[in-house]
Write a protein that binds this ligand. Structure first.
Ligand SMILES: [Ca+2]
Ligand SMILES: [Ca+2]
Ligand SMILES: [Ca+2]
Length: 477
């Protein structure tokens, strides 16, 4: 019986362009380039927008803060500043995922992830995930993820580019939509009071100004004309007492990056404030699309191409041509990286995809992601778990699916089923027919940190042999 099952699964048609990976449906902060719409509304280029939680085409929003949290609205961040284009951004909470030689590395038990987007001009290597997006509905508004080799995660996911969110699932539209800034941390302040409380009360916001709009910002921001550059990283800092952001000032000068010239531009930034290391991208065609800056003393950063342990540029592993370009970037390791406080925040916010051990002989064509949600109507945190790829397209028969949980810290407790679903493929669904399941987190458990592991299993009524068990996902209360 099991043999038949495996055979059937290997005969399944190839997957469509479904979203996949740890960030499916995950809320994060973005900036866009000119001409990008959210729904039918034009979006500003110096405004932070928040992708709405869930696999939805709802447009991203500029959101008012929760009580006692930083105000990420443009009117608070850049009051009175004329229109300028945020070209790169970071809260400085990124975790640097390289050794001293710029090689991508993750400690045992960690799962390092880079999340990124590409420019409108990016083509991608033939056969790559990015190239297939370029041939389809475009890649510039999409969010991609790449798990660093060595990450504790399903083997088929590690070292592979995954399209975590299609542009329409970020809520972007228009003739040629472009996501050109991305950071997962600002959205944490807007998610729930409990989750926001795990983040620094006085964060910094680091950003670069696009070259075309350098003249639009006040000269005082540069602290001298010699620093005026699209490769200079500026910073504002939140004051939680006055509830205001500081005036922009220089955090990293273009000249701090050894070998950089004043007319270069940084268009993607992941800054590890704690260790002073940077993962970034420039607009220079002469440079690799993905670089690291490592402190070498005296405030200087050595600039190296980001490579894997074998010396192959990570950009190549991502399926990028040398002429392609990354224009949004964030780096995290929710398993082992960051300070204990940020790690706890991430583990309560973002589900950890784990190898499937229940029926490991089944390949699992569906995929699962989980993240922290919040229901403001009842003032309660939730676990939001999404299943993608079920049922298979064009299957007229009904399928049954079940979601359940286990508690990794109490392995004696067996799998506990929570809800069953009966579905047929519906026309008009997003690719993969995303199915969301929400489990309220009882208030008393919201910050206890108890790991909860979600499991799914699906079967087709007409082809009962087609059973699918995706990998489980662990998230903490
Ligand atoms: Ca796309
Ligand atoms: Ca950018
Ligand atoms: Ca770039």
């Amino acid at each position: 019986m099991l043999h038949t099952t495996v055979l059937l699964l290997t005969l399944l048609p190839p997957q469509g362009n479904e979203s996949q990976g740890p960030l499916v449906g995950f809320p994060h902060a973005i900036s866009v380039s000119a001409g990008t719409l959210g729904g039918t509304a034009p979006l500003g280029v110096s405004t932070l927008y928040f992708k709405i939680p869930g696999v939805t085409t709802a447009p991203p929003l500029e959101l008012a803060p929760l009580p006692k949290t930083p105000d990420f609205r443009r009117s608070a961040m850049f009051p009175a500043a004329p229109a300028f284009d945020i070209h790169a951004m970071s809260l400085g909470l990124d975790w640097f995922l390289a050794d001293a030689m710029g090689r991508a590395v993750v400690p045992s038990g960690g799962w390092g992830m880079i999340s990124f987007s590409v420019t409108k001009g990016t083509v991608g290597v033939a056969g790559s995930v990015i190239h297939s997006e370029v041939l389809g509905d475009g890649a510039a508004a999409d969010l991609f993820t790449w798990l660093i080799p060595g990450s504790a995660a399903p083997a088929s996911w590690v070292g592979e580019v995954q399209r975590g969110q299609n542009g329409e699932e970020v809520g972007l539209s228009g003739l040629s939509p472009d996501l050109d800034g991305h950071d997962i941390f600002p959205a944490g302040y807007l998610l729930s009071p409990a989750i926001a409380a795990m983040l620094p009360a006085r964060p910094s916001f680091y950003f670069c100004v696009a070259k075309a709009t350098l003249d639009a910002v006040p000269a005082a921001w540069w602290g001298g004309a010699a620093n005026k550059s699209a490769a200079t990283v500026l910073r504002i800092k939140w004051d939680d007492v006055t509830r205001t952001w500081s005036t922009p000032e220089v955090a990293l000068k273009w000249s701090d990056f050894v070998g950089m010239t004043q007319d270069e531009a940084i268009d993607a930034l992941a800054y590890d404030e704690l260790r002073g290391s940077v993962t970034f991208s420039t607009t220079s065609a002469a440079r690799d699309p993905l670089l690291v800056g490592i402190p070498i003393g005296g405030g200087k950063l050595k600039v190296l191409t980001y490579t894997d342990m074998g010396g192959t540029p990570v950009s190549k592993r991502l399926g990028l041509l040398q002429t392609d370009d990354i224009d949004a970037l964030c780096t995290t390791d929710p398993g082992m990286g960051h300070t204990a406080q940020i790690r706890q925040h991430l583990q309560a916010r973002l589900g950890h995809p784990e190898p499937q051990r229940l029926l490991p002989q089944l390949p699992g064509r569906t995929s699962v992601a989980a993240f922290r949600g919040f229901d403001s109507a009842i003032n309660q945190d939730s676990f939001d778990c999404w299943l993608i790829g079920w049922p298979r397209p064009k299957q007229p028969a009904q399928s049954i699916g079940v979601v359940g949980i286990t508690f990794p810290s109490a392995p004696a407790i067996p799998l506990f089923p929570l809800q069953s679903f009966v579905r047929t493929p519906q026309p008009g669904q997003l690719p993969g027919g995303p199915l969301g399941f929400r489990l309220q987190v009882p208030s008393a458990y919201v910050l206890l940190g108890i790991p909860v592991q979600f499991h799914w299993i699906t079967a087709e009524q007409q082809n009962p042999g087609v059973v699918d068990v995706p990998h489980p996902v662990t998230i903490r209360s």
